[in-house]
Write a protein that binds this ligand. Structure first.
Ligand code: SAM
Length: 257
């Protein structure tokens, strides 16, 4: 059966322009959660999929975690390498698409933080990633990832208005303002978000930030079908149980065999 998906789902280049990304995403509310779950034994190996500019990778490495970062954006990885160098930590970064990952190493923990799975638009994309996680995880290894719990009230309200969501200055000296619009596609579960960028007070461009929504029962089943057991499903980074009101779905999984 053909699926309903267009072929043009994407994330615009400016979204992952590393300085624009870093200027917007200065928070670390998820850091302590991920740090607490890092393996404690010596010689353990951790893999971060979709590491981006190293927002979590670098502080985790600084705290002593032996971590390898993978991302498919050159500019995000270049910034990650530079920041690691500036912070005096040695981290290996690999440019790769996580759907086709093939490394020799096996890891004690693999994590995919900060909503990154919303960029996997087709079911097959998610299945490929989970298959690759299975391949790269040690038998007693742990998989952790987080994403949104689709909030239809928020989406429906946001479709009606253009909202200013950010205004800040980047480290390379640009004043950035972002306004957001969105249109949810009910047949594909893809929220077609558009960020309207103003740079130095002039309109610059409209950039797509398409996000595939994963509904809770659906995602639980995919994880199980792909050979994982969900050990915990949290709704916050303070590890509150996932519930009706949860903004996030935060999974801690292990292999089912
Ligand atoms: C929301 S950002 C998260 C970055 C970082 N982990 C953080 O917490 O700030 C998502 C990242 O996923 C990367 N990405 C998206 N699809 C990818 C894919 N198929 N393979 C590898 N990286 C991907 C993007 O380049 C981007 O850096």
């Amino acid at each position: 059966m053909e699926d309903n998906l267009n072929s043009d789902y994407k994330v615009g280049e400016l979204i992952y322009d590393a300085n624009i990304y870093d200027g917007l995403n200065t928070f670390l509310i998820d850091f302590q959660f991920y740090k607490n779950w890092m393996p404690k034994h010596k010689n353990s190996h951790v893999l971060e999929l979709c590491c981006g500019s190293g927002r979590l990778t670098i502080p985790l490495a600084k705290s002593g975690v032996n971590i390898l970062g993978v991302d498919n954006s050159k500019t995000m990885l270049a910034k990650a390498k530079l920041s690691a160098q500036n912070e005096g930590v040695k981290i290996d970064f690999i440019e790769a698409d996580i759907r086709n990952l093939d490394l020799i190493n096996r890891f004690d923990l693999i994590f995919i933080p900060f909503n990154s799975i919303h960029h996997l638009y087709h079911n097959q994309d998610l299945f490929s990633v989970l298959k690759n996680v299975m391949k790269h995880l040690k038998d007693d290894g742990i998989l952790i990832f987080d994403c949104y719990n689709p909030n239809m009230d928020y989406i429906i309200a946001s479709e009606k208005v253009k909202t200013k969501i950010a205004e800040y200055n980047t480290l390379d000296g640009r004043k950035v303002q972002i306004e957001q619009t969105m249109k949810y596609e009910y047949n594909t579960q893809i929220n077609r978000i558009k960020w309207h960028y103003f740079i130095n007070d002039n309109f610059h461009s409209i950039q797509n930030l398409d996000m595939r929504m994963y509904f809770p029962q659906e995602l639980d089943s995919y994880i199980n079908f792909m050979g994982f057991v969900i050990i915990h499903k949290f709704g916050t980074f303070e590890e509150d149980q996932f519930s009706d009101k949860s903004e996030k779905q935060i999974f801690v999984c292990k292999k089912s065999i």
